[in-house]
Each structure stands twice: as structure tokens, then as C-alpha cells.
Ligand binder design. Sequence first.
Ligand SMILES: [Zn+2]
Length: 258
Amino acid sequence: MHASDRIRKVEAVVIAHKEYGEADRFVRIFTQETGKLNTLAKGVRKIQSRKAAHLEPFTHAALVLARGQTFWIITQAETLHAFPAIRDDLNKTTDASYIMELVDKVSTEGQPEPSLFRLTLESLKRINDNPDTYNAVRYFELRFLDIAGFRPELQHCVACKKTIKPEDQYFSPLQGGILCPQCGQLDGKALSANQDTLRYLRHFQRNSYQELSDVVVPPQVRMNMQKILSVYMASVLEWQLKTPTFQQQIRDKTRGVD
Ligand SMILES: [Zn+2]
């Protein structure tokens, strides 16, 4: 057996953990090198264990893993970013949990997804560092949809294919994009998407985070945009459960970018 088959060094973000036995803990991690992994941290609940602090949810850590009989065992852990503000602020905790839940749902054991790893890490930093996390979370959602192959169509009506005019529109979570006023009125499940909301959605879809970090989204647009993205995200995740090709789409996309 080659050494790398038994010992692995990985860079990871902790997704979640669960108590196991008297002193151990299962730790689910999202790694840069090999995607999602379920690992075992032995003895971390003993008082003298110094490993536990490095293995809290959201922590970005450098880990050394050794292959056990069933699971990879965490033998060394060192925190790279602890993200203390995420832990101290309930709203930030909620935002970070939302992101990690999406990552957990779409990532696969043993399958590296470098673009998604980078986006996750950058988003956690932004949530930690910014008093207002709105732009960071919306940016995460739109890039996540790009990576997953569900980029919403914001230029043409998804039903009649006509170019969208500058007026109030609808958004179809089922068809994944904007519906013109004529098509939107025929779709009972479409959400309203006013002109300003569409403008900000396009702006967020088109630009890098650096170009968006100072953008202040007006209050009524914030709610409309968040609703559209969260309903669409829920539809996408529902399809994902029924569509085995979803993981493949992520693989293809991430391979293309890196
Ligand atoms: Zn139309």
C-alpha cells in the first residue's frame, strides 16, 4: 500500500459533527483535495484534548488523516481560520449554516470540487468580516447556481424567449428564469420580479464580489431578491434529489474552471 493511501493531508471546512461513543466524534468535512469526507476524531471529548477546538463547524483547518478500518481518522488538526464572528453572532451563524447545508447537499464523498471549495471559503470570510452579510450570501447563491449548472436566465423570457424589456416581470422557479408579463400572468407559481429586483439580480450575476461589495441594495429589493433566490434554490435542490446527473454537472463545471 502506498503511503498516500494510508495518510492524507487535507485543507477542509468542517460541515458538522456528531457525538460517537464515550469520547469520540464523527466530523463531516468538505475538503479541497477530495470533496466531502466523513471522518472520525478519537478522544476529542476528553478534557485534555486540544483537537476539539479545531474541529468546530465552519472552521477552516489543515488536517492529517489516517485510514482506519471504516473511516478516515483525524490524527492532527490545525486551525487556519476560526471565523470567531460567525460563532458569536446568531445571524452570521444562520448564514454560514445555510451555505454549509447547500455544500453538504451537493458535494460528493471523494470527489474534489475546487471552485465550490474556494467559493465556500471566501463566503465564510465575507460573512465573518462584514457587518451586513446580505451581498455575500446572495453572491454565494448566484455563483453556487452557476457551478451547479442552474444559472438563472435573466435576459430572455424562459417561456416565449423574447428579450426582456425594462418593466416589471415575473420569475419562474420551475423554469429557472424570468417570465415576461404576458407569460408570467399565465403561470400560477411565478413570483413577481419588479424592474429594480431584476436589475440587481443581473448586477450580482454579472460582476465579481469585489465590484459588489459596496453596493447597497434597497430594502424592498432585498426582500424580493432573497425570496426569488431562496425559492429557486429550494426547487433546484428538489431536482437534485431526483436527478443523478447533478453531481456530474458540478464535476464538469469545476473541471472546466480549474
Ligand atoms: Zn414570455
